[in-house]
Design a protein around this ligand. Structure first.
Ligand code: SF4
Ligand code: SF4
Length: 306
């Protein structure tokens, strides 16, 4: 077995659901990315306007980068909030994925360095300017769907992604040949028209952006179509036919607490900061802060007429 195959096998043993490897090169994504920025699709996420050269070329991010080891970790929940209560995006049900994925990547890096002590590199998971979905597709994990998410054939799109970029040459995988084909379900189902054309999301119109990243009031254009989404939105994943093949994750850290699963609109309306801290202390929901969650509760309450 080659060392590249051993790395992939080790990644699966650490709990990742998929692992592929591609060469670290320039991405060639400049035109598409710059057009997206020019059209202000990033909203107020100013960090997306910085370090563009590094984002487009990982060799500027990691010295002597040769290989990108791309990994995916399933977060499709085995148990879900009832449909009648305000919805949190599935990825936010359990412990903050940054901590979980980073720890597993760190273990994979240590495993590589035990065998090749001279190797150096860096681990990333939604933590630096890296085109994660692009590199996952290059590494043969799956393809990018019209909803802009990475779709793993036979497994769906409910996956966290991470990368280990190292200065060692490895064997490289080929991109997969599957695609969305003629399907347009996500474009037709997005309640706010945020997928303004195939393979492009205008974050300003996206419920995920408005309820998580955006500070200040939720856009009045989005408010009437917020539906029951209190933190993030999974609609363009739920309608995707590839997710019929999604199976529940096997990562204990992502299991929701009983307190989380019992949340309903009334409890969220009455929740104080101490209670919020207790329930979401280790969760990615911290990102919206207490004030942000309260803003979302109020918005969903209004849209329900309560
Ligand atoms: S997350 Fe929701 S609002 Fe955003 S693009 Fe998908 S369906 Fe539309
Ligand atoms: S819903 Fe259809 S068009 Fe959208 S990502 Fe899934 S397969 Fe592609």
């Amino acid at each position: 077995m080659s060392f590249s195959q051993e790395i992939k096998q080790q990644a699966l043993q650490l709990g990742f659901d998929a692992c592929g490897i591609c060469r670290a090169t320039g991405s060639g994504e400049e035109e598409r990315y710059m057009e997206w920025l020019r059209d202000h699709c990033q909203g107020t996420m100013g960090y997306l306007e910085r370090n563009i050269d590094k984002r487009l070329d990982p060799r500027l991010l990691v010295e002597d980068a040769r290989s990108i080891i791309s990994v995916a970790l399933n977060y499709y929940p085995p148990v879900k909030l009832p449909g009648r209560v305000p919805q949190f995006a599935y990825y936010a049900y359990g412990k903050d994925y940054h901590d979980v994925v980073r720890e597993k990547l760190r273990q994979l890096y240590d495993w590589i360095r035990e065998r090749h002590p001279g190797v150096t590199g860096r681990c990333f998971t939604d933590s630096a300017p890296v085109l994660e979905r692009f590199w996952a597709a290059q590494a043969g994990l799956g393809f990018i769907g019209k909803n802009t998410l990475l779709i793993i054939p036979g497994k769906g799109s409910y996956f966290f992604l991470g990368e280990l970029i190292i200065d060692m040459e490895l064997d490289y995988d080929q991109p997969v040949t599957e695609s969305c084909g003629d399907c347009t379900r996500c474009l037709r189902s997005c309640p706010t028209g945020a997928i303004d054309r195939p393979y492009r999301v205008n974050a300003r119109n996206c419920i995920s952006y408005q309820t998580i990243e955006h500070k200040g009031e939720i856009s009045p254009d989005i408010l009437p179509n917020l539906r029951n989404n209190i933190y993030g939105c999974d609609i363009c994943q739920k309608v995707c036919p590839w997710n019929r093949e999604a199976t529940p994750h096997a990562t204990p850290d992502f299991l929701p607490s009983a307190a989380f699963l019992s949340l309903d609109l009334e409890q969220l309306q009455e929740m104080d900061e101490e209670c919020w801290r207790q329930i979401f202390r280790h969760s990615a929901v911290k990102r919206a802060r207490f004030a942000g969650l309260k803003r979302n509760v109020e918005a969903v309450s209004k849209s329900r007429g309560k």
